[in-house]
Design a protein around this ligand. Structure first.
Ligand SMILES: [Zn+2]
Length: 323
Protein backbone atom coordinates (compact mmCIF):
# COMPACT_ATOMS: atom_id res chain seq x y z
CA UNK A 1 0.00 0.00 0.00
CA UNK A 2 1.42 3.29 -1.18
CA UNK A 3 0.67 6.65 0.43
CA UNK A 4 0.23 8.74 -2.71
CA UNK A 5 0.93 12.18 -1.21
CA UNK A 6 4.19 11.10 0.43
CA UNK A 7 5.10 8.54 -2.25
CA UNK A 8 6.08 6.02 0.44
CA UNK A 9 5.12 2.40 0.94
CA UNK A 10 3.20 2.25 4.24
CA UNK A 11 2.48 -1.46 4.40
CA UNK A 12 3.17 -4.72 2.63
CA UNK A 13 1.19 -7.93 2.83
CA UNK A 14 2.25 -11.25 1.39
CA UNK A 15 -0.67 -13.54 0.64
CA UNK A 16 -0.21 -17.07 -0.64
CA UNK A 17 -3.03 -18.45 -2.80
CA UNK A 18 -3.66 -21.45 -0.51
CA UNK A 19 -4.36 -19.09 2.41
CA UNK A 20 -7.49 -17.89 0.59
CA UNK A 21 -9.96 -19.43 -1.88
CA UNK A 22 -7.62 -18.98 -4.88
CA UNK A 23 -5.46 -16.43 -6.62
CA UNK A 24 -8.36 -14.09 -7.48
CA UNK A 25 -9.04 -13.62 -3.76
CA UNK A 26 -5.45 -12.72 -2.82
CA UNK A 27 -5.74 -9.03 -3.64
CA UNK A 28 -8.77 -8.50 -1.46
CA UNK A 29 -7.15 -10.39 1.40
CA UNK A 30 -4.00 -8.28 1.02
CA UNK A 31 -6.00 -5.06 1.08
CA UNK A 32 -8.02 -6.31 4.05
CA UNK A 33 -4.79 -6.93 6.04
CA UNK A 34 -3.33 -3.56 5.00
CA UNK A 35 -6.45 -1.74 6.18
CA UNK A 36 -6.40 -3.68 9.39
CA UNK A 37 -2.79 -2.63 9.93
CA UNK A 38 -3.57 1.05 9.27
CA UNK A 39 -6.62 1.03 11.52
CA UNK A 40 -4.53 -0.60 14.22
CA UNK A 41 -2.29 2.49 14.03
CA UNK A 42 -5.28 4.86 14.12
CA UNK A 43 -4.81 5.89 10.51
CA UNK A 44 -8.08 6.46 8.67
CA UNK A 45 -8.35 6.18 4.89
CA UNK A 46 -10.15 9.06 3.18
CA UNK A 47 -9.41 8.25 -0.48
CA UNK A 48 -8.45 4.87 -1.89
CA UNK A 49 -7.23 4.26 -5.45
CA UNK A 50 -7.16 0.68 -6.75
CA UNK A 51 -7.56 -1.14 -10.04
CA UNK A 52 -11.02 -2.31 -11.15
CA UNK A 53 -11.03 -5.50 -9.06
CA UNK A 54 -14.75 -6.35 -8.75
CA UNK A 55 -14.56 -7.99 -5.33
CA UNK A 56 -12.60 -5.12 -3.84
CA UNK A 57 -15.08 -2.65 -5.29
CA UNK A 58 -18.01 -4.48 -3.68
CA UNK A 59 -16.24 -4.91 -0.37
CA UNK A 60 -15.30 -1.22 -0.05
CA UNK A 61 -18.83 -0.15 -1.04
CA UNK A 62 -20.46 -2.40 1.54
CA UNK A 63 -18.01 -2.40 4.43
CA UNK A 64 -16.29 0.99 4.11
CA UNK A 65 -18.90 3.27 2.48
CA UNK A 66 -17.21 6.38 3.90
CA UNK A 67 -14.06 5.80 1.81
CA UNK A 68 -13.92 7.61 -1.54
CA UNK A 69 -12.89 4.78 -3.82
CA UNK A 70 -11.43 5.60 -7.25
CA UNK A 71 -10.04 3.48 -10.08
CA UNK A 72 -6.53 4.10 -11.28
CA UNK A 73 -6.70 5.72 -14.73
CA UNK A 74 -3.82 3.64 -16.08
CA UNK A 75 -5.67 0.40 -15.31
CA UNK A 76 -8.93 1.67 -16.83
CA UNK A 77 -7.01 2.86 -19.92
CA UNK A 78 -5.38 -0.56 -20.24
CA UNK A 79 -8.80 -2.24 -20.28
CA UNK A 80 -10.07 0.21 -22.92
CA UNK A 81 -7.00 -0.15 -25.08
CA UNK A 82 -7.64 -3.89 -25.36
CA UNK A 83 -11.25 -3.29 -26.43
CA UNK A 84 -10.24 -0.73 -29.08
CA UNK A 85 -7.51 -3.05 -30.36
CA UNK A 86 -10.06 -5.82 -30.76
CA UNK A 87 -12.53 -3.55 -32.53
CA UNK A 88 -9.82 -2.14 -34.82
CA UNK A 89 -9.11 -5.65 -36.09
CA UNK A 90 -12.69 -6.15 -37.29
CA UNK A 91 -13.50 -5.74 -40.98
CA UNK A 92 -14.29 -2.12 -41.96
CA UNK A 93 -13.27 -0.89 -38.50
CA UNK A 94 -9.60 -0.17 -39.23
CA UNK A 95 -10.16 3.53 -38.57
CA UNK A 96 -10.57 2.72 -34.88
CA UNK A 97 -6.90 1.66 -34.71
CA UNK A 98 -5.84 5.02 -36.14
CA UNK A 99 -7.81 6.84 -33.45
CA UNK A 100 -6.91 4.52 -30.57
CA UNK A 101 -4.00 6.58 -29.26
CA UNK A 102 -5.98 9.83 -29.33
CA UNK A 103 -8.92 8.17 -27.57
CA UNK A 104 -6.69 6.90 -24.75
CA UNK A 105 -5.09 10.36 -24.47
CA UNK A 106 -8.58 11.80 -24.17
CA UNK A 107 -9.30 9.40 -21.31
CA UNK A 108 -6.25 10.66 -19.39
CA UNK A 109 -7.23 14.24 -20.21
CA UNK A 110 -10.79 13.70 -18.87
CA UNK A 111 -9.39 12.37 -15.59
CA UNK A 112 -6.59 14.86 -15.10
CA UNK A 113 -8.55 18.03 -15.90
CA UNK A 114 -11.59 17.29 -13.72
CA UNK A 115 -11.82 17.43 -9.92
CA UNK A 116 -12.31 13.93 -8.50
CA UNK A 117 -15.76 14.73 -7.10
CA UNK A 118 -17.27 16.09 -10.34
CA UNK A 119 -18.29 12.78 -11.87
CA UNK A 120 -20.92 14.37 -14.16
CA UNK A 121 -18.31 16.57 -15.81
CA UNK A 122 -15.84 13.76 -16.42
CA UNK A 123 -18.62 11.72 -18.01
CA UNK A 124 -19.71 14.66 -20.17
CA UNK A 125 -16.13 15.22 -21.32
CA UNK A 126 -15.79 11.56 -22.22
CA UNK A 127 -19.08 11.53 -24.16
CA UNK A 128 -18.05 14.64 -26.14
CA UNK A 129 -15.52 12.36 -27.83
CA UNK A 130 -18.32 10.64 -29.71
CA UNK A 131 -19.07 13.95 -31.43
CA UNK A 132 -15.44 14.93 -31.84
CA UNK A 133 -14.49 11.77 -33.77
CA UNK A 134 -17.38 12.61 -36.14
CA UNK A 135 -15.97 16.11 -36.69
CA UNK A 136 -18.58 17.78 -34.49
CA UNK A 137 -17.04 20.04 -31.85
CA UNK A 138 -20.00 21.94 -30.40
CA UNK A 139 -23.37 21.33 -28.72
CA UNK A 140 -22.16 18.29 -26.79
CA UNK A 141 -24.11 18.75 -23.54
CA UNK A 142 -25.02 21.46 -21.05
CA UNK A 143 -22.28 20.26 -18.69
CA UNK A 144 -19.59 20.31 -21.39
CA UNK A 145 -20.91 22.29 -24.38
CA UNK A 146 -17.89 22.42 -26.70
CA UNK A 147 -14.46 20.90 -27.23
CA UNK A 148 -11.56 22.62 -25.46
CA UNK A 149 -9.11 22.36 -28.35
CA UNK A 150 -10.10 25.63 -30.03
CA UNK A 151 -9.94 26.07 -33.80
CA UNK A 152 -8.40 23.04 -35.50
CA UNK A 153 -5.35 23.70 -37.64
CA UNK A 154 -5.46 22.85 -41.35
CA UNK A 155 -3.41 19.70 -40.78
CA UNK A 156 -5.79 18.50 -38.08
CA UNK A 157 -8.84 19.18 -40.22
CA UNK A 158 -7.49 16.68 -42.76
CA UNK A 159 -7.84 13.91 -40.19
CA UNK A 160 -9.91 10.89 -41.11
CA UNK A 161 -13.20 11.46 -39.27
CA UNK A 162 -15.80 8.81 -38.63
CA UNK A 163 -19.02 8.96 -40.65
CA UNK A 164 -22.33 8.24 -38.91
CA UNK A 165 -24.25 5.14 -40.00
CA UNK A 166 -21.11 3.23 -40.93
CA UNK A 167 -20.10 0.03 -39.16
CA UNK A 168 -16.98 1.58 -37.60
CA UNK A 169 -18.92 4.61 -36.36
CA UNK A 170 -21.73 2.59 -34.82
CA UNK A 171 -19.44 0.10 -33.12
CA UNK A 172 -17.24 2.86 -31.72
CA UNK A 173 -20.23 4.85 -30.44
CA UNK A 174 -21.65 1.84 -28.68
CA UNK A 175 -18.26 1.18 -27.04
CA UNK A 176 -17.86 4.80 -25.92
CA UNK A 177 -21.38 5.08 -24.54
CA UNK A 178 -21.73 1.64 -22.93
CA UNK A 179 -23.29 2.20 -19.47
CA UNK A 180 -20.65 0.15 -17.60
CA UNK A 181 -17.90 2.20 -19.26
CA UNK A 182 -19.65 5.46 -18.39
CA UNK A 183 -19.87 4.30 -14.81
CA UNK A 184 -16.12 3.61 -14.79
CA UNK A 185 -15.52 7.16 -16.01
CA UNK A 186 -17.15 8.59 -12.91
CA UNK A 187 -14.70 6.64 -10.76
CA UNK A 188 -11.48 7.73 -12.49
CA UNK A 189 -8.80 8.97 -10.18
CA UNK A 190 -7.66 12.25 -11.64
CA UNK A 191 -5.63 13.71 -8.81
CA UNK A 192 -3.82 10.51 -7.88
CA UNK A 193 -2.10 8.13 -10.22
CA UNK A 194 -0.54 4.91 -9.05
CA UNK A 195 2.41 4.95 -11.45
CA UNK A 196 4.77 5.01 -8.43
CA UNK A 197 3.39 1.64 -7.44
CA UNK A 198 4.58 0.29 -10.79
CA UNK A 199 8.05 1.70 -9.96
CA UNK A 200 7.87 -0.11 -6.65
CA UNK A 201 7.03 -3.36 -8.45
CA UNK A 202 10.22 -2.90 -10.48
CA UNK A 203 12.19 -2.56 -7.23
CA UNK A 204 10.55 -5.77 -5.97
CA UNK A 205 11.65 -7.61 -9.13
CA UNK A 206 15.24 -6.55 -8.40
CA UNK A 207 15.07 -7.94 -4.87
CA UNK A 208 12.95 -10.99 -5.70
CA UNK A 209 13.36 -12.04 -9.36
CA UNK A 210 10.30 -13.90 -10.63
CA UNK A 211 12.37 -16.77 -12.04
CA UNK A 212 13.52 -17.78 -8.55
CA UNK A 213 11.27 -19.52 -6.03
CA UNK A 214 11.69 -18.21 -2.47
CA UNK A 215 10.38 -19.59 0.79
CA UNK A 216 7.54 -17.65 2.41
CA UNK A 217 9.89 -15.97 4.88
CA UNK A 218 12.45 -15.36 2.14
CA UNK A 219 9.84 -13.64 0.00
CA UNK A 220 8.50 -11.58 2.88
CA UNK A 221 11.99 -10.41 3.82
CA UNK A 222 12.73 -9.44 0.23
CA UNK A 223 9.48 -7.49 -0.03
CA UNK A 224 10.37 -5.59 3.12
CA UNK A 225 13.84 -4.86 1.78
CA UNK A 226 12.32 -3.59 -1.46
CA UNK A 227 10.03 -1.27 0.55
CA UNK A 228 12.95 0.09 2.59
CA UNK A 229 14.93 0.69 -0.58
CA UNK A 230 11.98 2.33 -2.33
CA UNK A 231 11.11 4.60 0.60
CA UNK A 232 14.68 5.79 0.98
CA UNK A 233 14.99 6.54 -2.74
CA UNK A 234 11.50 7.52 -3.91
CA UNK A 235 12.18 11.27 -3.88
CA UNK A 236 15.61 11.32 -5.47
CA UNK A 237 16.24 14.59 -7.33
CA UNK A 238 17.10 14.69 -11.02
CA UNK A 239 20.82 14.33 -11.79
CA UNK A 240 22.67 17.20 -13.49
CA UNK A 241 25.79 17.31 -15.67
CA UNK A 242 29.00 19.16 -14.70
CA UNK A 243 27.57 22.15 -16.55
CA UNK A 244 24.49 21.97 -14.32
CA UNK A 245 22.19 20.78 -17.11
CA UNK A 246 19.38 18.39 -16.12
CA UNK A 247 20.02 14.86 -17.34
CA UNK A 248 17.56 12.79 -19.43
CA UNK A 249 17.61 9.37 -21.03
CA UNK A 250 15.85 8.36 -24.23
CA UNK A 251 14.65 4.76 -24.15
CA UNK A 252 12.83 2.58 -26.67
CA UNK A 253 10.88 -0.02 -24.71
CA UNK A 254 9.63 -3.09 -26.59
CA UNK A 255 5.96 -2.31 -25.92
CA UNK A 256 6.29 1.02 -27.75
CA UNK A 257 7.17 -0.94 -30.92
CA UNK A 258 9.71 1.57 -32.18
CA UNK A 259 8.38 4.57 -30.24
CA UNK A 260 10.46 6.16 -27.52
CA UNK A 261 10.19 7.60 -24.02
CA UNK A 262 12.16 10.43 -22.47
CA UNK A 263 13.04 9.71 -18.86
CA UNK A 264 14.63 11.84 -16.15
CA UNK A 265 17.95 10.48 -14.84
CA UNK A 266 17.96 10.60 -11.05
CA UNK A 267 20.95 10.90 -8.72
CA UNK A 268 22.38 7.56 -7.56
CA UNK A 269 20.41 5.47 -5.06
CA UNK A 270 21.53 5.38 -1.42
CA UNK A 271 21.53 2.40 0.96
CA UNK A 272 21.34 3.99 4.42
CA UNK A 273 18.73 1.43 5.49
CA UNK A 274 21.37 -1.34 5.37
CA UNK A 275 23.25 0.14 8.35
CA UNK A 276 20.01 0.40 10.33
CA UNK A 277 19.09 -3.17 9.42
CA UNK A 278 22.44 -4.51 10.58
CA UNK A 279 22.04 -2.81 13.95
CA UNK A 280 18.48 -4.12 14.26
CA UNK A 281 19.65 -7.65 13.38
CA UNK A 282 22.29 -7.61 16.13
CA UNK A 283 19.67 -6.40 18.58
CA UNK A 284 17.16 -9.09 17.55
CA UNK A 285 19.82 -11.79 17.86
CA UNK A 286 20.65 -10.60 21.37
CA UNK A 287 17.04 -10.36 22.53
CA UNK A 288 15.55 -13.31 20.52
CA UNK A 289 13.21 -10.99 18.57
CA UNK A 290 9.68 -12.20 17.94
CA UNK A 291 9.63 -11.41 14.19
CA UNK A 292 11.66 -14.52 13.47
CA UNK A 293 9.20 -16.82 15.18
CA UNK A 294 6.14 -16.08 13.01
CA UNK A 295 4.50 -19.17 11.56
CA UNK A 296 4.46 -19.58 7.78
CA UNK A 297 1.50 -20.84 5.77
CA UNK A 298 2.00 -24.32 4.31
CA UNK A 299 3.82 -24.40 0.96
CA UNK A 300 1.60 -24.44 -2.15
CA UNK A 301 2.42 -28.05 -3.09
CA UNK A 302 1.42 -29.32 0.39
CA UNK A 303 -2.19 -29.63 -0.84
CA UNK A 304 -1.20 -32.31 -3.33
CA UNK A 305 -0.47 -35.93 -2.62
CA UNK A 306 3.09 -36.93 -3.39
CA UNK A 307 3.57 -40.44 -4.80
CA UNK A 308 6.37 -42.69 -3.61
CA UNK A 309 9.49 -42.31 -5.77
CA UNK A 310 9.52 -45.98 -6.81
CA UNK A 311 5.85 -45.91 -7.87
CA UNK A 312 6.35 -42.68 -9.83
CA UNK A 313 9.34 -44.11 -11.70
CA UNK A 314 7.52 -47.31 -12.48
CA UNK A 315 4.50 -45.45 -13.86
CA UNK A 316 6.77 -43.21 -15.92
CA UNK A 317 8.53 -46.23 -17.41
CA UNK A 318 5.33 -48.14 -18.21
CA UNK A 319 3.88 -45.04 -19.94
CA UNK A 320 6.84 -44.71 -22.27
CA UNK A 321 7.73 -48.36 -22.76
CA UNK A 322 7.54 -49.66 -26.32
CA UNK A 323 6.21 -53.14 -26.86
ZN1 LIG B 1 -13.47 18.47 -30.93
Amino acid sequence: MLELNLNKIVDIQLVQSNEVKGSYHMEKEGLYCCMDFLQGHNLAIDVLVTDRHKQINKWIREVHPYIKHYFDTWHVAKGFRKKFEKLGKQKDCELVSEWQKSIINHLYWCASTTPDDDSELVQAKWLSLDNHVHDVHRRHSTKFPKCSHGRLRRQERKKKWFKRHTKASEKLTSLLTKPTHLKDMTRLSGAHQTSSLESFHNVVINFAPKAVAFSYKGMKSRLKLAALHFNENSDRPQAVTKQDVERYDVIQPKYKSGGYLVRKVHVKATYGYVEQLLQETIEQCNTGGSDLQEEDPKPLCSAFERPGKATAIQQHKSRFSTT
